[in-house]
Design a protein. Structure first.
Length: 119
């Protein structure tokens, strides 16, 4: 059974930092591209960052470039999202996603973790 468990969310002041973690189990971690999405109240879910399964190539939404960094640890089967210089617009539920690198119909979601940026 595949599980993606996010953690690290919380309340932070503007300009602050948070580190999100997503621990994967039940899958061959190295065969999956890993992504972070977020969904703000009343808005659609949007892609924040992705890191491919091999090589570590990353890509980011324009709104977070230079502030967020995605990384992965194969030994721990964990993907991270380091978020710096947080803004109120970064508020939302952050979801971890695992997408099989070749079988595009196979993907999994975590349950999400709330990030609130407010003074």
């Amino acid at each position: 059974q595949v599980q993606l468990v996010e953690s690290g969310g919380g309340l932070v002041q503007p300009g602050g930092s948070l580190r999100l973690s997503c621990a994967a189990s039940g899958l061959f971690f190295s065969k999956y591209d890993m992504s972070w999405y977020r969904q703000a109240p009343g808005k659609e879910r949007e892609l924040v960052a992705v890191i491919v399964s091999v090589g570590g190539t990353t890509n980011y939404a324009d709104s977070v470039k230079g502030r967020f960094a995605i990384s992965r640890d194969g030994a721990k089967k964990t993907v991270y999202l380091d978020m710096n210089s947080l803004k109120p617009d970064d508020t939302g539920v952050y979801f971890c996603n695992a997408q099989h690198k070749t079988l595009k119909g196979i993907h999994f979601w975590g349950q999400g973790t709330q990030v609130t940026v407010s003074s």
